[in-house]
Design a protein. Structure first.
Length: 194
């Protein structure tokens, strides 16, 4: 049994978005398998964006983000689900990650503070990305640059390993049968906690 934090990263609270359905499907599979989990909808939170380095290094996480921070510290596995907007994370989702992974949350302070050491060692992660373009085009033609950056420069940097990813493409044109297959895939991933 694992403890899982699911971050539903679609910034729009309208329940009709695929990301919300994917998050619920993963949660359903995880619960069925007996895993403990917390599901956080970023769209439901109100928090400030970071504006200066000291906001990241010296200030505490905002009140609205603290339950997610505590769940992250307790979790064995992180799932981040978000739509691809202008080639990367939505700004609000990125802003949430900056608040969630404050320096004291994500890094151990050392005497010289030269090179931070990530606190998330021993935790795994999965990124679920939805895109309007074909998944293969995103990976091959565009090089999945934002996904690679998120995996290596954010999650990997703070210690998550392994960081796996799933890309669902052409989501605006998906037939109900395709969406059903995606939801079943998410349930399976949730059951396995991967």
């Amino acid at each position: 049994m694992k403890t899982i934090l699911i971050l539903d990263g679609h910034p729009d609270p309208d329940d009709g978005h695929l990301c919300h359905a994917l998050a619920h499907a993963y949660a359903a599979g995880a619960e069925r398998a007996g895993h403990r989990l917390k599901l956080v909808r970023i769209a439901d939170l109100d928090f400030p964006l970071l504006r200066k380095p000291s906001d990241f290094t010296d200030e505490p996480s905002p009140e609205a983000v603290r339950p997610a921070r505590d769940a992250l510290l307790d979790a064995d596995h992180l799932v981040l689900i978000y739509p691809l907007w202008l080639g990367t994370l939505p700004a609000y989702t990125k802003g949430f990650l900056e608040q969630l992974l404050h320096y004291d949350t994500a890094f151990e302070r050392s005497a010289d503070d030269r090179w931070p050491k990530g606190k998330m060692r021993g935790k795994s992660a999965r990124i679920i990305l939805t895109a309007g373009m074909p998944a293969l085009a995103y990976r091959l033609w565009y090089g999945a640059h934002s996904l690679k950056s998120l995996k290596r420069n954010i999650l990997g940097f703070v210690g998550f390993k392994p960081v796996r990813s799933t890309v669902f493409g052409m989501v605006e044109h998906a037939e109900p049968a395709q969406v059903g297959r995606w939801l079943r895939t998410m349930e399976t991933l949730g059951e396995k906690a991967i």
